[in-house]
Structures are given as C-alpha cells and as structure tokens.
Design a protein around this ligand. Structure first.
Ligand code: NAD
Ligand code: TYD
Length: 350
C-alpha cells in the first residue's frame, strides 16, 4: 500500500484526480488535503468519500507545523500538488493571497517532503500541477513548448511560475524527485462559476448578462477536465523525473466564439428561440494585463506517454452543459452567499 497525498482534491481538477486515483488504484491510500476555501467543495467527491482507500484531511498548506506533522504521521510516498488560488481576476484584486498559498504553501510541502525522506528518494515523487499561463502570452501564431521561457503577466501566473521554479530548485539543490505539468484551460463538471464557461452557463440559465472582457478575441486552448486527470495519471506513473510536460487540447477558441457556441447549444436545450441567449452578451471593461492567446504544443506527452485527449470539444461542452443543467442544487449552493458579493464587486461596472 502506498500513501499518496493529493492537495486541493475538493477543488475542480483535484476532485477529478482524486476520483480517478481512488477508483483505479485500490492499492494506494489517497489522502486528500484541502482547506475548503470558497473553491473547495466536498460535494464534488461525495461519491468516493466512503471508499476504504480514501481519507479527507481538512487543513491549510500555509501552516508549516501542521504540514510537517501530517507528513510524519502518514509518511506520504508521493505528493500530487493541486491546491492553489486559481482565478486570475481574484489575483488582480488580492495578489498576496496568491503569494501565500501558491508560493509559500508549495515550499511548506517541499520542506516537509524533504525532511521526511532525507535523501531516501527511491520510489518517491513530488508532482507539481501547474498552468500554461506561466509562459505568458502568444501572438497570433506559435505554441508553448516545454522550452518556452517563462514570462508570466498576472499575479496568479507569476505565483505559479514562482512555485514551478522552487520545485525545480529543490530537485537541483536537494535531489528531490519531481515532475511538473503545465496544462491549458480546463472545463467540465464542478468548475466554480467564476471561470468563463460555468459563469456563462449559469448566467444563460438565469437570463443574466454574459460579460465578455475587451473585444472578446482573446484565445484559450480548452481541455476537458477528465482528460487532464488521465494525463496526470500518466505523468505520475510514467513521467521522467526532473521533467516538465505540457498538456493541452489542440482546441483553440476565441472567447466570443466559445460563448456564442454555448448560447446556441443552450437555446436548443432550454427551448428558447435561436439567438435569444446571444442577446445576453455584453462587452465589458477588459481585464488588466489580459494575455492575448494561450496554445499548447502537447507533442511531448503524446509521444513519450502515449496520451491524447479522448473527447472532441463538441462532446465535452455538451457533457459540461448537461452536467450544470442537471445539477441545479450544486450550482445554487456555490452561487449563494459569498459568490454574490464577489460577483457584484467583479462586475460592478457591467
Ligand atoms: P480550484 O480553485 O477549483 O481548487 C483549488 C482547491 O485548492 C480548492 O479545493 C481549495 O479549497 C484548495 N486550497 C486553496 N488554498 C488552499 C490551502 N491554503 N490549503 C489547502 N487547500 C487549499 O482550482 P483548479 O481549477 O482545480 O486548479 C487546480 C490546480 O490546477 C491549480 O494548481 C491550478 O493552478 C492548476 N491549473 C488549473 C487550470 C484550470 O483551467 N482550472 C489549468 C491548468 C492548471
Ligand atoms: P478564465 O475562465 O478566467 O480563465 P483564464 O483567465 O485562466 O484563462 O477566463 C478565460 C477567458 O475568458 C479569458 O480570456 C478571460 C475571459 N473572460 C471574460 O471575457 N469574461 C469573464 O467574465 C471571465 C471570467 C473571463
């Protein structure tokens, strides 16, 4: 039996990773450490919560004493680190929260892992989950490869870049065995509706404005979250130690086209007239420092680890919209209370 620590497993991507690992590997005991911030929700993983190879730990990666004690108690063989502050707009409003969780929190985990194993690194791994946003912004052409220089533009991406550097530095300096993966934008069930896709699905259902930043021509490369979880499984088991893997969907969309696609699909499902939901589109003040385009060259993971996205975007977005439309209580639960305050503040001039 191996003890694996997954951080941030009550969040969007972490929940899908926890589910995959708990179900697929009965010989692993999965410990899910999560602070349950506004973005964490145990309802995301209620279906696996009673499995005998699963334990939830409610705690904060920013508390070094707690983290040190936890590593000593459970002797984690490996860590898959997803816990983070993850929303760019919130990082613009409160950069320090991102520095604390994404940088200091990561260092606390690295220190505890290092002091637990003290150079006895055989069969140990620290897997750090990162983002393509560390590479900055692309022009109209080109793709991010693993060799692209880091050039982050938001406090979020700068904090993630910083944590990537620290993981790599612990590898170089102390020999700590690590892998890092940098993934493009995820979408799918359980994503908190501050991010573009679930925000639009929720607003269309409620006949609320769809806020499009700037001219709407910003481009993202979207990957279905379960495909990302499968890629994480591959990298965790077969990734070369000391390496980085880019993960992406070969699936670039300008925001405005993506939102129009969601509108058309939902008009059908809601029995609305064609074009009704598009009328909710509202162009609003741009995000400061807004990265123009992200796009991933996923050649390395495809070639070395035989991974490819399994769903087309049409299949993925259909599943995603269906999930949100069938999970009203989940959506109502996360959009009440603090979400309303956040929403009012973020979109006050819309
Ligand atoms: P999320 O915001 O949905 O979830 C983050 C989780 O971390 C939440 O459950 C939260 O409670 C937990 N958390 C936050 N601070 C914590 C702390 N101090 N201690 C313990 N737990 C804490 O994020 P996500 O979208 O699932 O992203 C997960 C990871 O993947 C992040 O590291 C993010 O940078 C990375 N990533 C996200 C995307 C994306 O499109 N969402 C793309 C690439 C990479
Ligand atoms: P988001 O989902 O926040 O992910 P990220 O900023 O990490 O890429 O945003 C995706 C794109 O959608 C990004 O270009 C910003 C844009 N966007 C809007 O136009 N309006 C919105 O209300 C939000 C949240 C995002």
């Amino acid at each position: 039996m191996k003890n694996i620590l997954i951080t941030g497993g009550a969040g969007f991507i972490g929940g899908h990773v926890v589910r995959l690992m708990v179900q697929k590997y009965p010989n692993y005991h999965i410990f899910n450490l999560d602070k349950l911030t506004y973005a964490g929700n145990l309802g995301n993983i209620a279906d696996i919560s009673t499995f005998s190879n699963y334990t939830f730990l409610h705690g904060d990666i920013c508390d070094p004493n707690y983290i040190e004690r936890l590593f000593k108690s459970f002797s984690f063989d490996s860590v898959i680190h997803l816990a983070a502050e993850s929303h760019v707009d919130r990082s613009i409003a409160d950069p320090l929260a991102f520095v604390k969780t994404n940088i200091l929190g990561t260092v606390n985990l690295l220190n505890a892992f290092k002091s637990l194993w003290q150079d006895q690194w055989e069969n140990k791994l620290f897997y750090h989950i990162s983002t393509d946003e560390v590479y900055g912004s692309l022009g109209a052409t080109g793709l991010f490869t693993e060799k692209t220089a880091y050039d982050p533009n938001s406090p979020y991406s700068a904090s993630k870049a910083s944590s990537d550097h620290l993981v790599r530095a612990y590898g170089e300096t102390y020999g700590l065995p690590y892998v890092i993966s940098n993934c493009s934008n995820n979408y799918g069930p359980n994503q908190f509706p501050e991010k573009l896709i679930p925000l639009c699905i929720n607003n269309i259902q409620n006949n609320m404005a769809l806020p499009i930043y700037g001219d709407g021509k910003y481009t993202r490369d979207w990957l279905y979250v379960v495909d990302h979880a499968e890629a994480i499984d591959r990298v965790f088991h077969h990734g070369k130690k000391g390496s980085t893997y880019n993960i992406g969907g070969h699936n670039e969309w300008q925001n405005i086209d993506l939102v129009k696609l969601i509108c058309r699909t939902m008009d059908d499902k809601l029995g609305r007239k064609k074009g009704d939901s598009e009328q909710l589109i509202q162009f609003v003040t741009d995000r400061p420092g807004h990265d123009k385009r992200y796009a991933i060259d996923a050649n390395k993971i495809e070639r070395e680890l035989d991974w490819k996205p399994s769903l087309t975007f049409e299949e993925g977005i259909e599943r995603t919209i269906n999930w949100y439309m069938n999970n009203g209580p989940w959506l109502n639960n996360v959009t009440s209370g603090a979400y309303l305050e956040y929403y009012k503040h973020q979109y006050q001039n819309s």
